[in-house]
Design a binder for this molecule. Sequence first.
Ligand code: F6P
Ligand code: MN
Length: 324
Amino acid sequence: MQRLIPTLRQDQVDEALISVIHSLQITAKEISFRVGQGDLAGVLGSTLSENIQGETQKKLDILSNQLIKDILLECGHVRAVASEEEEGIVLGHENGEYLIAFDPLDGSSNIDINSMVGTIFSILPVPENNSGTADMFLQPGRNQVAAGYILYGPSIMMALTTGKGVKIFTLDQTVGEFLLTKRDLAIAPDTSEFAINISNYRHWQEGMQLYVDDLLAGTSGQRSKNFNMRWVAAMVADVHRVLIRGGIFLYPWDARSIDKPYKLRLMYEGNPMAMLVEQAGGLAHSGDMAILDIQPTDIHQRVGIILGARNEVNACLGYLKASQ
Ligand code: F6P
Ligand code: MN
């Protein structure tokens, strides 16, 4: 079985980018060890502080953030990092070629119940102006040179794209290396499985409500087929399922708060997952446009997400359009 780094060389990924991905491999091993220690690591539970998104921060979030930051900033090819857990960017090496945006521990409310969590990452090139400010990150997701996630589940997996399809590597814990276990992932265009937090139904736009009504109506409704539903409550695990066995994942606009009508973040959730999904032949849309075409205005901005099976995403967009 092929190891991660030789696989990247075979794909002619440049050495600077390989070095960044190598650093991510190290962080994955560090974080997975701590996540795996659970209660024994003495890291469960919430701290008194809240992160800048106003959510309760778990201690393991802070630890994961610190680990990724330290390891990436040691890599001479990293110009700066942006993290869900940091208000501003953190600068690395002046001549670094890459910017890394990451969600250090996605789905962290799952920690307390010993369920799946993960690290999501997006790698962008340093733009020409190399301003040393957060503006460097404000590039559409189409510019990503690589994106992926590390899933801390019963086994530890890295999903990765460098723009040549999607590969899955599994951590061989006996030797501490990621080995290639799946290549050329392809999301089937049709599906009968969806993932959405249906408890938000009353806050959605009418088009989204009508779409989900028809999923629930099954063979007795307009769609004339039955749908199944799954919700892990960690985007990283729900999108992993879509990549492996198909489906549609949605975290759409909702009216709970005018300033925050979306929950998920563009730079370190929407964009990397959108690149993976498009590379696997699926679609990733915000409800207004392809996620990868959005011009960001803030490193922490939020976005609507409708991604997965091509025909199902288009079906959903049809309902949104029809009710406008
Ligand atoms: O990062 C935010 C997040 O934890 C995602 O991983 C997940 O998809 C979502 O929030 C879960 O939201 P909810 O609390 O509505 O189930
Ligand atoms: Mn997250």
